[in-house]
Ligand binder design. Structure first.
Ligand SMILES: NC(=O)c1ccc[n+]([C@@H]2O[C@H](COP(=O)([O-])OP(=O)(O)OC[C@H]3O[C@@H](n4cnc5c(N)ncnc54)[C@H](OP(=O)(O)O)[C@@H]3O)[C@@H](O)[C@H]2O)c1
Length: 246
């Protein structure tokens, strides 16, 4: 029998599509975020469509003190987890953060500090179990700092490094850690934002994540061509890059 997958930030379209793909493969799910009613709706829908068991729970990424108890309760309620997907995120407003550090701090707290706190719980649990997988949804924005989103980019860059360290630590325990770096995806996060190109659907991204888990990939750029776009962006010399309006 397939084991339960924990999805944090499960109301996000990318998480929801990934959960739907995993449900279609027969995995029971534990869905968590702050919107309890929406979680129940998503859970009922997936349960009806795929005939799987879905648990839901309240999780706030920014309230790290509650994470150990949340994790213990999720494990107890499901009887054990096979994997975890850390999908929550907050783009925030860079223009506001420049003059109001509280906004910058909110971006860093959700995307980096909260993610590290959740990952720490997952890492210790799966390491002791000597199996399982952890997926962290980072971003191509973390690959190079740009004036238009360096708070979010720094948080995601930090998350990418944290996941890299966890992958290195957990490899001997047989725990697979995957970093996902989406490009632009059609969700509430990007809605109405100018200058977007090659925008992917959450469904395509969710399916790619599900398939990459099964293949045991370490880093997934999604869609795939972002690996090459970011390779070019990272190769631009800093003397040129600092002059660009990005
Ligand atoms: N969309 C893109 O173009 C894009 C590109 C690269 C990376 N990403 C990353 O992909 C992931 C999913 O993004 P998305 O675009 O699908 O999501 P989204 O529409 O922006 O939704 C973000 C989700 O994060 C959850 N969340 C925010 N703050 C939270 C908190 N403090 N505690 C718990 N949950 C919280 C929200 O759930 P509740 O409100 O229910 O708590 C919400 O469902 C994020 O990590 C994002 O950074 C997205």
């Amino acid at each position: 029998m397939k084991g339960t997958i924990l999805v944090l930030g499960a109301t996000s379209p990318i998480a929801r599509a990934t959960a739907a793909y995993l449900a279609s493969q027969g995995h029971p799910l534990y869905l968590a975020s702050r919107d309890d009613e929406e979680l129940k709706r998503i859970g009922a829908d997936l349960s009806a469509k795929y005939g799987i068991t879905v648990h839901t729970g309240h999780f706030d990424a920014e309230d790290s003190a509650t994470h150990p108890a949340f994790f213990r309760q999720a494990v107890a309620q499901t009887g054990g987890l096979d994997g975890a997907i850390i999908a929550f995120g907050y783009l925030g407003q860079q223009s506001k953060a420049i003059h109001d550090f509280a906004e910058g701090q909110a971006i860093l707290n959700c995307n980096f500090v909260g993610a590290c706190s959740a990952l720490a719980e997952c890492a210790n649990y799966f390491e002791a179990k000597k199996k399982g997988f952890i997926v962290g949804i980072s971003s191509v924005a973390g690959d190079r700092g740009r004036q238009s989103n360096y708070y979010y980019g720094a948080a995601k860059g930090g998350l990418t490094t944290f996941l890299e360290g966890l992958r290195n630590r957990l490899y001997p325990a047989g725990v697979h850690v995957m970093t996902v770096k989406p490009g632009f995806v059609d969700t509430g996060m990007t809605f109405g934002k100018p200058g977007l190109f090659l925008v992917a659907s959450p469904e395509a991204v969710g399916e790619a994540i599900g398939k990459a888990i099964a293949k045991g990939k370490s880093t997934l750029y999604v869609p795939w061509f972002w690996r090459y776009i970011m390779w070019i962006i990272k190769a631009i010399p800093e003397t040129i890059f600092k002059r660009l309006k990005l």
